[in-house]
Design a protein around this ligand. Structure first.
Ligand SMILES: Nc1ncnc2c1ncn2[C@@H]1O[C@H](COP(=O)(O)OP(=O)(O)O)[C@@H](O)[C@H]1O
Ligand SMILES: [Mg+2]
Length: 183
């Protein structure tokens, strides 16, 4: 049975990094990074939220079609809203697949620190700068802490979800812990 491997967790925790790694090591697995798809929508920098809303049904259709071939999909995406999470779960089930939830988590303060450090290294990514500007405009660290709190509460309602600790700088260990946690 194909699986939709959903990597949830706060922004900057390493979901996209670990998903790329997973797909690299598992030929035939689709890494459906919706934040990358979003940048294919014209005007995404000007209206980030609209581009995200417009691309989501297309992402769901792509995930469903891919799973229906009997192939796995890894989905690195923060989902805080239970209704949105249910939408992805339904997509998997409708395609004859099942949802596997792994949550990359750190402490609230650790997650905030990592959000600010994301994409600031030797190869700065303009996408991260854009997201930082939006987060600052919407409440900055308070918003990030609210996300963290909402994620914690949602996690408590997801009996099948398994937390994979994401320790800053320990990408290999996080990836290994993810793979070891999978059935
Ligand atoms: N344990 C870890 N797992 C994954 N990425 C990590 C880890 N520690 C540090 N990083 C770095 O943190 C950043 C995470 O960015 P990204 O994968 O885009 O996060 P997300 O998709 O969760 O927002 C990357 O620059 C990555 O190299
Ligand atoms: Mg990401």
């Amino acid at each position: 049975m194909a699986r939709l491997l959903h990597l949830n967790g706060p922004p900057g925790i390493g979901k996209s990094t670990i998903a790329r790694r997973y797909a690299d090591a598992h030929p035939g697995v689709l890494n459906c990074d919706i934040d990358v798809l979003r940048t294919m929508v014209g005007g995404w920098t000007a209206d980030f939220a609209q581009a995200g809303a417009l691309i989501r049904p297309a992402a769901l259709a792509m995930i469903g079609a891919y799973l229906a071939q009997g192939r796995d999909v890894v989905l690195p995406q923060m989902l805080v809203d239970p209704a949105e999470l249910a939408r992805f779960e339904r997509c998997a089930v409708d395609a004859g697949a099942h949802l596997v939830e792994r949550w990359l988590m750190d402490t609230p303060d650790g997650a905030v620190r990592r959000f600010h450090g994301r994409g600031c290294g030797s190869d700065p990514d303009p996408w991260h700068e854009r997201v930082r500007t939006i987060v600052t405009a919407q409440g900055g660290d308070d918003l990030l802490l609210r996300y963290h709190d909402s994620l914690r509460r949602l996690l408590a309602d997801r009996p099948g979800a398994v937390v994979v600790p994401s320790v800053d700088g320990a990408v290999d260990e996080t990836y290994r812990a993810l793979v070891d946690s999978l059935p």
